[in-house]
Design a protein around this ligand. Structure first.
Ligand code: MRU
Length: 348
């Protein structure tokens, strides 16, 4: 094994959810303790925990925190669950894994009620199971994705889609790890990912720990790198994939897909089935989070624009399905035409 162990962003201990504070990385490795669903929602909203699958897992544990041990299921616990679900669901709008995980929690509560079990324990066990499933899904995506790489490949990635973003092995980050282990990857170009630098701060931190060669580049470098023949694949994660295969991911992903098409570079997306939302017909229907303008007019807490400068801060963009070469899921590789591939994989 060439790469070293992954760092998990979450752990549930002594009746509390501990969250690795990703806002403080790479300079500080600090954990936040959440004892109430509201605290988990705040950790999600402020990006202490981020990345679509990890947000879903945090929410799953957040639901368990709505209950004390020794309680029975009933009308009151259902109402308490719905209050917690509302708070957690309002933390961020784009990553569908959040809403998917809350739905899994609702099912777990119903099953616990039917079996006469305690809600706290049932929801905790359900969150643990989602975490284990995420690990398995990530490993499978990694294996399938790495098989598309050729020895000597240099890949470009955007944002952070490693273990920190999933609670498992990583989606796009897992593919990179597996390709490296299989001697099919020699270098990773890491987009710094303004405004919050998830690439420079988090992906670089993970690749460094794994011993995978990389260089951080400004987000605007991709065209130049591709013109010079220095990028063999682009691989990114996703926050929501619509039924037609349009992919929402961190702002700046769409221009990479356009450039990749222009230069004949494969553009891959790695995402678990929980990121596919058939209730969203196409990219135009995906809610795009607008974050505080101050995130754009500052960098690491320091101003980068004159005081009072206006700014817009859409956190995600949508890559049309036609620009996606393949989607790696735990159930197989989805190839164009993506609407058909998505329909088929979900029917299985
Ligand atoms: O705002 P963030 O940091 O939560 O955005 C995360 C991303 O865009 C990731 O690429 C995406 O969630 C895929 S995570 C495996």
């Amino acid at each position: 094994v060439k790469s070293r162990r992954v760092t998990a962003p979450l752990r549930f201990e002594d009746g509390a959810l501990e969250v690795l504070d990703q806002r403080r990385l790479p300079a500080n490795v600090e954990w936040i303790t959440c004892r109430r669903p509201e605290e988990v929602a705040e950790a999600i909203r402020t990006l202490a925990v981020r990345g679509a699958p990890a947000i879903g897992l945090a929410a799953a544990y957040g639901l368990a925190l709505a209950f004390d041990g020794g309680e029975r299921c009933g009308e009151e616990s259902r109402a308490r669950f719905e209050d917690a679900a509302r708070v957690l669901a309002s933390s961020r709008p784009t990553a569908v894994n959040l809403f998917w995980a809350i739905e899994r929690g609702r099912e777990a509560l119903a099953a616990a009620e039917a079996a006469g079990e305690e809600p706290a324990e049932a929801l905790r066990a359900s969150a643990d199971a989602l975490m284990r499933d995420q690990w398995e899904a990530d490993r499978r995506m990694a294996e399938l994705g790495a098989a598309r790489f050729e020895p000597g490949d240099r890949a470009l990635t955007h944002c952070n889609a490693g273990a920190l973003a999933t609670g498992g092995y990583g989606t796009a980050g897992g593919v990179l790890r597996a390709a490296w282990e299989a001697d099919r990857l020699t270098h990773v170009w890491v987009d710094e990912t303004r405004p919050l630098l998830q690439g420079a701060r988090l992906t670089a931190w993970e690749l460094d720990a794994a011993g995978i060669p990389f260089q951080v580049v400004a987000d605007s470098s991709a065209g130049s790198l591709m013109t010079r023949g220095l990028v063999d694949r682009v691989v990114v994660g996703a926050d929501r994939i619509a039924a037609n295969g349009d992919v929402a991911n961190k702002i700046g992903t769409y221009p990479l897909a356009v450039l990749a098409r222009r230069h004949g570079v494969p553009f891959y997306v790695a995402a678990p089935l929980s990121t596919i939302d058939v209730g969203t017909p196409d990219g135009a229907a995906i809610p795009i989070e607008e974050r505080e303008p101050s995130e754009v007019t500052t960098a690491l807490g320091r101003p980068t624009a004159p005081a009072g400068a206006g700014a817009a801060n859409p956190a995600f963009d949508v890559t049309p399905a036609e620009l996606v070469s393949a989607i790696f899921t735990e159930a197989g590789v989805l190839e164009p035409p993506l609407p058909d591939a998505i329909r088929a994989v979900l029917a299985e």
